[in-house]
Design a protein. Structure first.
Ligand code: PLP
Length: 382
């Protein structure tokens, strides 16, 4: 195969050509956006345009967008305890490690909410836990991702938000993987804070945002100058932010193509099952992101399959690329109660805006040949 097939969009997406052009253009903006002269004002205008574009992706007000160095920083900022109040933090067991770290919350005041075997947060447990919060007492802070990065399972954020609101708490949702793949609206979700990351939607790496609902404030993590409404100090990454804005516009427009992406993903799963009757698709029974498939072939180690596919010109990952390098099974699959035998065999295939039928055909032919050979090898070794 001459041309590589990139099927790892949940790890990161290729930079969209329009974004590249915008970033290169913005590198020539020489002014500091905080300066009052013409050069400064030009840089400021570029940032404010991007702020409106990012806000529009989630139906928020531009002034409620805080630009950060990425999804990790935005999650950490969300988890910076609200000043002057006592909080108890609740995190779903399948959150990204930057959320599971708990931010500024203490371990003793953090509770993990379990998920079902399909990888969806157990709202009954959340409801029970939050009933304990009485007006005037400790307030609950809940973080529930919009969709999981490994399985694609979409989480019931709006339902969780209603529970949190009844208990007088705040809800943060990490929408890094959901953005540009399913429609997102802060008001419809009922979320008080939403995390976004540019490099998952065709933008540059190293830029993200925490988007707030009206009236919600955060304690800054990085203090200094008055940038980002005194919520995140430091001279802005102008070119990165401009690229993020263009990517947000394109991602919003691309939502119309997500049915076609889901069809490709379904064809991939059907093909994999036809080639290998014992292939297991994780979270198959619940609504998922249209681009994501987490498949395990029992007895075929994910690392071996990923390397074999890479040699065949196809990029996928074993579990979460954010945690690649570690050999223990993913915390997400463990939380779902997936046995280590299956979890060690789970690979993640994630499609993107440029994925085509030829990618699926190429994947299936390489996957079929590899699985056949690896199963034969293990039979001979037994
Ligand atoms: N949240 C989720 C769900 C992710 O998948 C990732 C990265 O993979 C992040 C947060 C971190 O975002 P960033 O890479 O921009 O720090």
């Amino acid at each position: 195969m001459n041309q590589r097939s990139y099927l790892d969009h949940n790890a990161t997406t290729p930079l969209r050509p329009e974004v590249r052009e915008a970033v290169i253009g913005a590198l020539s903006l020489s002014g500091n956006p905080s300066s009052v002269h013409a050069e400064g004002r030009a840089a400021r205008a570029a940032i404010e345009k991007a702020r409106a574009q990012v806000a529009a992706l989630v139906g928020a007000k531009p002034e409620n967008v805080i630009f950060t160095s990425g999804g990790t920083e935005a999650n950490t900022l969300a988890l910076a305890a609200q000043p002057g109040e006592a909080w108890h933090c609740y995190l779903s067991a399948i959150e990204h490690p930057s959320v599971l770290s708990g931010g500024r919350f203490y371990r003793e005041t953090t509770t993990i909410i379990p998920v079902t075997p399909d990888g969806v947060v157990d709202l009954d447990v959340l409801r029970k836990k939050l009933k304990k919060h009485k007006p005037g007492g400790w307030r609950p802070f809940v973080s529930l991702m919009a969709a999981n990065n490994e399985t694609g399972a979409i989480q019931p954020v709006a339902e969780a938000a209603a529970i949190v609101q009844d208990a007088g708490g705040l809800l943060h949702s990490d929408a890094v993987q959901a953005a540009g793949r399913i429609p997102l609206d802060m008001t419809a979700l009922g979320a008080d804070m939403v995390t976004l990351s540019a490099h998952k939607i065709g933008g540059p790496k190293g830029v993200g945002a925490l988007v707030l609902a009206d009236g919600v404030s955060v304690e800054p993590l990085i203090k200094g100058g008055g940038q980002e409404g005194r919520r995140r100090a430091g001279t802005e990454n102008v070119a990165g932010i401009v690229g993020f804005g263009v990517a947000a516009d394109l991602a919003a427009a691309d939502l119309a193509n997500m049915d076609a992406v889901a069809k490709l993903r379904d064809a991939l799963e059907e093909g994999a099952r036809a080639l290998c009757a014992d292939a297991v698709v994780l979270s198959a029974g619940v609504p998922r992101l249209p681009n994501t498939s987490c498949i395990a072939v029992p007895g075929v180690k994910a690392e071996t399959l990923v390397i074999g596919l890479d040699l065949a010109g196809i990029a996928v990952s074993a579990g979460s690329a954010c945690s690649s390098g570690k050999v223990e099974p993913s915390h997400v699959l463990a939380a779902m109660g997936i046995t280590p035998e299956i979890a060690h065999c789970a690979i993640r295939v994630s499609l993107g805006f440029a994925s085509e039928n030829t990618d699926i055909q190429g994947y299936l032919s390489a996957f079929g040949a590899l699985v056949k050979r690896l199963k034969q090898n293990s039979k001979e070794a037994a």
